[in-house]
Design a protein around this ligand. Structure first.
Ligand code: ZN
Length: 196
């Protein structure tokens, strides 16, 4: 958003603009601090990569900074750890009055994982989730036939060799959000983040 600068500005106008810029700066800095916190379960991803950091607000009047997190799924034990990490890092960065709140609506979906996040997952040998094609919530139906959604029908390429000839070994991997797969081409097992 670019607003042309007026040719003449009162001192009060300039002070007001400087103040607004200052506030934006503080919010941006707080965002950057919270955004860099790693996810406890997928530590190669930051909360920003994962789409878990929903917003950061700073309040000039009382000096508070509020970070909003959208947990990956309700009851996720990692939520408390994420919130504590964000709180600790913001305090370490000099913010004294820190609040971490949960925002459950709209709910988190694997579609919120950024392109950078998907790249980092693949680099770590974890197959990223496929895009969910419909707005329907809940597990993707695995019925064989024409009722399969595009997401369920899409192959899961092996993160090691790229082959599409892969199979699921177990619905649950080392954490509830991952499934254990195997590549039939290179024989390597791998984990993949399940779509939600
Ligand atoms: Zn492979």
């Amino acid at each position: 958003m670019v607003t042309p600068a007026p040719t003449t500005a009162s001192r009060a106008d300039r002070a007001d603009r400087a103040d607004r810029a200052d506030r934006t700066d503080r919010t941006d800095r707080a965002w950057a601090v919270a955004a860099a916190v790693p996810d406890p379960e997928l530590p190669m991803l930051t909360l920003a990569d994962l789409g878990v950091l929903a917003g950061v607000e700073t309040d000039d009047a009382d000096g508070t900074v509020t970070a909003w997190l959208t947990p990956t799924y309700s009851g996720c034990p990692a939520v408390a750890e994420m919130a504590a990490d964000v709180d600790r890092r913001l305090r370490a960065a000099g913010y004294r009055d820190v609040r971490v709140r949960l925002r459950l609506d709209p709910p988190w979906s694997t579609d919120l994982i950024t392109a950078e996040g998907r790249r980092k997952l693949a680099e770590a040998g974890i197959a990223p989730p496929r895009p969910t094609t419909t707005a329907e919530a809940g597990p993707v139906p695995l019925t064989l036939g024409l009722t399969r959604t595009a997401a369920a029908a899409a192959p899961v390429p092996c993160p090691h060799c790229g082959a599409a000839d892969t199979e699921e070994l177990s619905r649950f991997g080392s954490t509830a959000c991952k499934a254990l797969w195997r590549c039939r081409a290179c024989r390597e097992p791998f984990e993949r983040v399940k779509e939600i």
